[in-house]
Design a protein around this ligand. Structure first.
Ligand code: HEC
Length: 255
């Protein structure tokens, strides 16, 4: 009985040893033999992965095919938290595309509005309120977004002379000079979200918070004091915009 126990322990140790050593590999870059690869590598489909070749196995059907698809309409991000303003911001944009978008990608097949939504959007106000404390942070974020997503067409100065226009890569006209653009902020949002003529829609690349941040950023091209506060914390730009800050109710109206 005693002898048997010893033999068993020896056998078990040997087995475990073989098991562990067996997973080693001489290739320093190789993780060795993986007994349950799905436990370390997510089998979920991830964006920007070519699933046509996984660890040397070729699947011709999906090779070179895009795995990142535009999320279905009205998809909202998962959020665990209690910030209702943030939730409001992440909910789908309340304006539908109007009928002029019926055959425009990526809104093909969407239910379109029978109203002139662009006209109605005049009433929408930027829900991101500017105040003397964090206004500049909003403009800093706006600059980052603008540089990455818009500047190549609209130009660093917002004059419509971006590098793509100057180099001739963008063949077309109609890029406005922001300083003379006479539209309301809600309309800016609508056009950035759904696109307009030669400008594509940005609804799948930017969320509403980012677009409203850009709207603030664009308005500084129109008034260099926009979003600036004097040392007493008083808004330095136009009267109507002046009223829009601190006194403005926190209720988001432009969503
Ligand atoms: C491919 C070049 C291109 C890119 C990139 C681009 N735009 Fe435009 N944008 C245009 C053109 C062209 C127009 C003029 C559309 C028209 O009125 O026909 C325009 C117009 C606009 C307008 C005025 C819309 C209106 O209703 O008159 C705003 C605001 C705007 N763009 C903001 C942005 C922002 C913000 C970005 C970046 C997220 C951006 N654009 C990216 C080409 C571009």
């Amino acid at each position: 009985m005693k002898m048997n126990k010893k033999t068993l322990t020896k056998l078990a140790t040997l087995f475990v040893g073989v098991f562990i050593l067996g997973s080693c590999s001489t290739d320093p870059k190789s993780p060795g033999y993986e007994y349950m690869p799905d436990m370390y590598r997510s089998p979920a489909i991830e964006p920007y992965v070519d699933y046509g070749e996984i660890r040397g196995r070729i699947n011709e059907d999906v090779k070179m095919k895009m795995s990142a698809l535009t999320p279905p309409a009205f998809t909202i991000p998962y959020y665990e938290g209690k910030d209702s303003a943030f939730v409001q911001m992440m909910l789908p944009y309340r304006r539908m595309p109007d009928s002029t978008y019926a055959n425009v990608a990526p809104f093909y097949g969407w239910t379109t509005s029978k109203f002139n939504e662009y006209e109605l959007a005049k009433a929408d106000k930027n829900p991101i309120l500017l105040n003397s404390k964090d206004s500049e942070a909003t403009f800093k974020k706006g600059k980052e977004l603008f540089t990455a997503m818009c500047q190549h067409c609209h130009g660093e100065k917002g004059d419509g002379k971006g590098p793509m226009v100057l180099s001739g890569a963008y063949q077309g006209s109609g890029i406005p000079n922001y300083s003379t653009l006479q539209i309301e902020e809600g309309q800016m949002f609508y056009s950035i979200y759904y696109g307009k003529n030669k400008m594509g829609a940005h609804s799948s690349q930017l969320n509403k918070e980012e677009i409203w941040t850009l709207v603030h950023y664009i308005k500084r091209f129109q008034d260099k004091n926009y979003g600036k506060f004097d040392k007493n914390g008083k808004a330095m730009w136009g009267v109507s915009a002046d009223a829009s800050k601190e006194s403005q109710s926190a209720k988001p109206v432009g969503m």
